[in-house]
Design a protein around this ligand. Structure first.
Ligand SMILES: *Cc1c(COP(=O)(O)O)cnc(C)c1O
Ligand code: SF4
Length: 316
């Protein structure tokens, strides 16, 4: 039995009580849907579990690794790509696992960047501290990323002394190498006064802030909503990095948007927004590579198939 259940924070509950449809659709568990003929057959369509040299590390691209420090998050996004893992204690890395991970990174000089992920690494600041302490000593590491959704799930946690200490350590390290904090934000309703305050605080700590968004059917697949979202994000000093086509995870079909509609929205946004405020629209194909989805300015593009990084054809 999968441990991925419904999990909300008081902060998110309040937003739902105040009538946010976008929040309730993202966090209240609904019916899972899969039609096998549409490729929604795998719990791990990105095949992450095929690229694990050491517990916690996903080494899919040669110069950078993803390091999952734990599988826990403050709340559970129902469309989570890693719902096969998230919510389980079994992903918490021990000191021994972290040592093994650091050794792997140290011994693979081609790795220049580590992307700390999970779960949510900020939800487990002790493990994060320990990993950071080791990473900062490795000369071949030129930049770090930290993927989080905690400022949205639970901005109140940033008053917690352990997390404050971690943020200060991250801030100190960011003087030595660039640390990119990637905040997962999907809808303007998520940018509450409390979350905005946390984002402003993080910006004043010297981190480079970027955002990631997932296209979600009937939640944000709308030009006005995304226009507002990216404008607000950009004017907070956060650079929208990627907007993902929702991964084809078994059960998640009802979250996946029409690709043509996604393309049209991104094309409209390109006409309206500052260049820096328009994220790259990608699909993480079930082979290897986040493949950019072309805009609608070019004629006769077939959105039903593409090639992955290894030039293998993938049906969309
Ligand atoms: C997304 C991802 C990365 C980072 O890719 P970028 O395109 O550099 O953001 C690295 N490793 C894995 C396994 C990923 O899924
Ligand atoms: S924050 Fe990320 S890892 Fe955690 S449940 Fe949401 S999508 Fe999944």
């Amino acid at each position: 039995m999968n441990s991925f259940s419904e999990k909300l924070t008081p902060h998110l509950k309040k937003l739902i009580e105040n009538g946010s449809n976008a929040i309730s659709r993202q966090f209240i568990a609904g019916e899972l849907k899969s039609t096998p003929e549409r490729n929604f057959i795998s719990h791990d369509p990105l095949k992450e579990d095929n690229f694990i040299p050491v517990r916690g590390i996903v080494h899919k691209y040669s110069n950078r690794v993803l390091w999952k420090l734990s599988y826990e998050c403050a709340a559970h996004c129902q469309f989570c790509t890693r719902r096969r893992q998230v919510g389980s204690k079994s992903g918490d890395l021990t000191k021994k696992d972290i040592k093994a991970g650091l050794e792997y990174i140290l011994n693979h000089k081609e790795i220049e960047e580590v992307i700390l992920s999970g779960g949510d690494p900020l939800f487990n600041p002790k493990v994060l501290n320990y990993a950071l302490e080791g990473l900062i000593k490795i000369d071949s590491i030129k930049s770090l990323r930290i993927g989080t959704r905690l400022p949205i799930h639970c901005p109140q946690m940033f008053d917690n002394p352990i997390l404050i200490k971690t943020i200060n350590i991250i801030s100190k390290y960011s003087k030595e190498l660039p640390i990119y904090m990637l905040i997962h934000i999907n809808h303007p309703d998520e940018l509450t006064r409390e979350s905005v305050e946390v984002i402003k605080k993080l910006r004043n700590k010297g981190l480079i802030l970027m955002s990631q968004t997932v296209f979600l059917k009937d939640i944000n697949d709308n030009t006005e909503i995304l226009d507002k979202l990216f404008r607000e994000i950009y004017f907070l000093g956060v650079i929208p990095y990627y907007i993902f086509r929702c991964d084809y995870v078994k059960g998640l079909e009802s979250f996946v948007c029409d690709i043509k509609k996604e393309q049209e929205i991104m094309t409209e946004l390109t006409k309206k927004l500052s260049g820096i405020a328009v994220p790259t629209h990608v699909f993480d194909v079930p082979g290897k590579g986040k493949i950019p989805i072309p805009l609608n300015f070019w004629k006769k593009i077939d959105l039903s198939r593409c090639s992955d990084f290894e030039d293998k054809e993938v049906l969309i």
